[in-house]
Ligand binder design. Sequence first.
Ligand SMILES: *Cc1c(COP(=O)(O)O)cnc(C)c1O
Length: 242
Amino acid sequence: MKTMSIADNIARIETEIAAACRRVGRPRESVQLMAVSKAHPAASIAEAFACGIRLFGENRVQEYAAKQPALQAAGMFADPQPAAFHCIGPLQTNKAARAAEIFDAVDSVDSLHLAQRLDQAALSAGKRLPILIEIKLSPEPSKHGLAPDAAELRQLLECLPEFKNLHMRGLMTIPPYADDLEQARPYFRRLRELRDSLAQRYSSLAFDELSMGMSHDFSVAIEEGSTLARVGTAIFGARSPV
Ligand SMILES: *Cc1c(COP(=O)(O)O)cnc(C)c1O
């Protein structure tokens, strides 16, 4: 079997993103490709960077902190267009301070308490931290996030204007895995509709970003309005079990 390089993979995904945009009449620039680099070494991340990728997703504070020196040594933060790393995994509140320091954004905010902690931590770190709220659209217990009808989601959205060190940017979701892509589509559509209704109701907050779609379903997610495709396996190959 011929193994595809990271560069080959990125080129193929770029073609698929452009095709999905074309099918629904969206400009290519309306979607960003995030390379999800968890469980992959700094050398692979630097390879993706060399192919033009500037946005990366990691799901563990410690893992990213450990890789950072090597990424720095590879020049990824000194470039005129430096790399940005978002936290996309479940974040315990006791790791919020470190996460706010090292990540450029937290895309997996799933509680009011976590948002409070990140706000304090961003103040200490002297930055305004972009965040996404993670929404749980299916009842699977393994999924994180706030349900669309959760009282805590409303409380969080009401508190966010007071969290001056956070910059609300939008919503993120992970739908249940389905082999049939059309089974994922209704979840992506629901996130977009939820975004539209929340944006009307909480008009002082920004909901521009819709982070949805992974390796197997990003094309469908883009057709349904994704602005941020989180792609791991299709770029870096299978993750070896930790
Ligand atoms: C691991 C992960 C991804 C990437 O998944 P792939 O199927 O490897 O593309 C995307 N989003 C989140 C939140 C993840 O944890």
